[in-house]
Design a protein around this ligand. Structure first.
Ligand SMILES: Cc1cc2nc3c(=O)[nH]c(=O)nc-3n(C[C@H](O)[C@H](O)[C@H](O)COP(=O)(O)OP(=O)(O)OC[C@H]3O[C@@H](n4cnc5c(N)ncnc54)[C@H](O)[C@@H]3O)c2cc1C
Ligand code: SF4
Length: 488
């Protein structure tokens, strides 16, 4: 434990943000990380609990008290070793993780949690600055070939782990760049794509081969899922050419809102809108980009994806941005004794909300209205949740003007045809059926075909994808070699 009395002496300090008026002028990251001295003081707040709930609350089980202690003592080099021992990409999670570890921190019971995520962010940024992040190529090659389908955080983590124990790993990606939703979902202002590029370089030096613009299996022609593939490889060919296959294709099928008027021009999925802007930011060309300039924008869905649509619409210069959420407004403060150490339900105001947005809760969209095939507005009603279902509240009907509606209501499942091409069983939600047991985990109903990340667990978080990628890598290594030295 760094400083025995640290938690009594020091207040939690948050990372800073560039002012909203400045940051909406561009798509650059705007979080101002902790200085070395600030990180040391924040780490000094850690009590090195006998039972570190933070470690259990973290999906990759980061060894948080240990790196806090090292940072307090100024040993940044060992701190990154500890962090990398459980997490391949703290540069990703240190930026976009909602930090369930902090919800679980013991200090969060009657004080403010240790700023674990900001410390993680400071450690990995220092590690890159100091060139401590180096490729770790395997010294012995196994001669086994593994195909990873999908280059999101699950596929990347698995590929890195597998290459480091000597397997020849090829990652196939249907889009034109690596990173999955980190690349084409999460906006650049939250997560700059150079962080992925640095990891791709590291992984290539470790022997991983990336094949972009390559679709594995089948995708329906009318699918609205991003697919910029120029090459196609069948599932049969892939399973023939490789000793093991990991399906890490995410859960890309967006939830739709099939109410009257859905076909009107101006109603789009969030995942049609967001990838286009990230692509433009990367210097790519997008024909007929969906733009929010001067428009009244309504985002349907109150989660992270919705919030990213709010931030992007404001950067386009929308006339107004309103966000709808079906559920009632949660309390501003959680009932800590009731929920700790679990993830609490409470009102979350994101940096994008702070940039300008009206938020409506307990509201349901009944119809999109338009003229000459073009959206002009939508009709809503307020609802209450009674006896296990939503009931409309009479007299609360309203019509909102809207030129652009973005549907951000989450994802229902992976694209079914991809799973069907591999002949793997699906669970009740349409994900790949595979468990997470220490023995026999992550394997699908087809021998040698494994699954990890959103494609297996459903829509989730980057940190869960990394965990699953790491654990699936171990399962694949055991399948190929009979045993594995990879951690779970
Ligand atoms: C807008 C948005 C914002 C988000 N914000 C956050 C956040 O702030 N924090 C957080 O923790 N999580 C966030 N998430 C969730 C997070 O991004 C996902 O949970 C995570 O990326 C899942 O990782 P994955 O590797 O399983 O799949 P994905 O990231 O979805 O990657 C799958 C990849 O596989 C490719 N692929 C699919 N099928 C094929 C095929 N047949 N052939 C070749 N390639 C294929 C896809 O093109 C894609 O690149 C957000 C999600 C969205 C949509
Ligand atoms: S729960 Fe909080 S105080 Fe306890 S070890 Fe983890 S970070 Fe430190």
């Amino acid at each position: 434990m760094g400083k025995v009395t640290g938690f009594m002496e020091y207040e939690r300090v948050e990372e800073g943000y560039a002012p909203a008026a400045d940051r909406v002028k561009n798509y650059k990251e705007f979080v101002i990380g902790l200085s070395d001295e600030q990180a040391k003081i924040q780490a000094a707040r850690c009590m090195d609990c006998g039972t570190p709930f933070c470690n259990n609350g973290c999906p990759v089980n980061n060894i948080i008290p240990d790196f806090n202690d090292l940072i307090y003592r100024g040993d940044w080099k060992n701190a990154i070793e500890v962090l990398h021992s459980t997490n391949n990409f703290p540069d990703f999670t240190g930026r976009v993780c909602p930090a369930p570890c902090e919800a679980a921190c013991t200090l969060n019971i009657n004080d403010a949690a240790v700023g674990i995520k900001s410390i993680e962010h400071a450690i990995i940024d220092k590690a890159w600055e100091e060139a401590w992040v180096e490729p770790q190529p395997a010294t012995v090659k196994t001669g086994k070939k593994v195909a990873v389908v999908g280059s999101g955080p699950a596929g990347m983590a698995a590929a890195q782990q597998l290459a480091r124990v000597g397997h020849a790993v090829t990652v196939f990606e249907k889009n034109d760049s690596v990173g999955g939703l980190l690349r084409f979902g999460i906006p650049d202002f939250k997560f700059d794509k150079s962080h992925i590029d640095l990891r791709v370089k590291q992984m290539e030096a470790e022997g991983v081969v990336f094949k972009t613009n390559t679709l594995i299996g089948d995708m329906p022609k009318d699918s609205k899922v991003t697919n910029w593939a120029k090459t196609h490889i069948s599932a049969q060919q892939l399973t023939k050419d490789f000793d093991a296959v990991l399906l890490a294709g995410g859960a890309e099928q967006s939830r739709d809102l099939p109410v009257p008027g859905r076909e009107l021009a101006g109603v789009h999925f969030a995942m049609e809108f967001l990838p286009q802007q990230n692509r433009v930011n990367a210097g790519g060309k997008v024909k007929d980009q969906i733009r929010a300039d001067g428009k009244h924008v309504i985002v349907i869905g109150g989660g992270d994806t919705g919030s990213d649509c709010v931030g992007t619409s404001n950067r386009h210069g929308a006339a107004s941005v309103t966000q709808f959420e079906l559920m009632p407004m949660p309390p501003e403060q959680e009932d800590k004794p009731m929920v700790w150490p679990y993830w609490p339900l409470k009102l979350r105001t994101s940096s994008s909300h702070e940039e300008g947005c009206v938020r409506e809760f307990a509201i349901s969209t009944k119809e999109f209205v338009g003229k000459n095939g073009k959206l002009t507005g939508l009709k809503t009603v307020h609802v209450e949740f009674k006896n296990g279902k939503f009931t409309e509240i009479a007299g609360t009907e309203k019509e909102y003007p809207a030129d652009l509606v973005l549907l951000a209501m989450g994802f229902v499942s992976p694209v079914a045809s991809i799973l069907e091409a591999f002949g793997v069983d699906k669970d009740a939600r349409g994900n790949v059926q595979a468990g997470t047991d220490e023995v026999g985990g992550y394997v699908s109903s087809q021998s040698g075909v494994f699954a990890a990340g959103d494609i297996r667990r459903g829509q989730s978080l980057v940190v869960w994808a990394i965990r699953e990628g790491r654990q699936a890598a171990r399962a694949i290594d055991e399948y190929l070699m009979g045993s594995s030295v990879l951690p779970r």
